[in-house]
Design a protein around this ligand. Structure first.
Ligand code: ZN
Length: 168
């Protein structure tokens, strides 16, 4: 039926909390953040959170080993196969996935420590299958490239030593 559009709960742009003087204050959250319980974690795994909440959960996961353990419990305790549908993973992954270039730098140990630790978290705790596959692919490529370079170098060294030996 047409005309039966659900009302979207759009947050109002700022509840008029602007003080008279320019305050040096971080953007205040609209309210106290809800505690991250198992239901939130389940929603997180099922990709049922808003991007903001998703980001908040990830941040909390990074800060808390206890929470990471709970995420594992929730993940392993799932009773249906719905949580890891490809669509859900893909959608969730795209929100927070590093670029392929960043993954490449990660392989080369050429990232900011902070970013590197995020990638590590993303790969090992979130276990993003797309980035894991991407990384495996990049690793294979870089190993192939390294093998090629070292072969070329060997060849060159061989040639130059032949020259030094004056082998005619
Ligand atoms: Zn990813």
């Amino acid at each position: 039926m047409k005309g039966d559009v659900p009302v979207k709960g759009k947050p109002e742009p700022g509840p008029g909390a602007r003080g008279p003087g320019g305050r040096d204050h971080d953007r205040a959250p609209a309210g106290p953040p809800a505690p991250i319980d198992d239901a939130v974690l389940r929603n997180y795994l099922a990709d049922a959170l808003s991007p903001e909440d998703s980001a908040r959960v990830e941040k909390a996961l990074r800060d808390s080993a206890e929470l990471r353990a709970r995420l594992e419990d929730v993940r392993n305790g799932r009773t249906d196969g719905q949580l890891h549908t490809l669509g859900a993973i893909w959608h969730r992954a795209r929100l927070t996935c590093p670029s392929r270039q960043q993954l490449g730098s990660f392989l080369l140990d050429a990232l900011d420590p902070e970013l590197a630790s995020y990638l590590q978290f993303h790969l090992e705790v979130i276990q993003c299958p797309f980035c894991q596959a991407n990384l495996a692919d990049l690793r294979a490529q870089s190993q192939a490239a390294a093998a090629k370079v070292s072969k070329t170098r060997q060849h060159r060294i061989l040639q130059s030593s032949q020259h030094l030996l004056g082998s005619e």
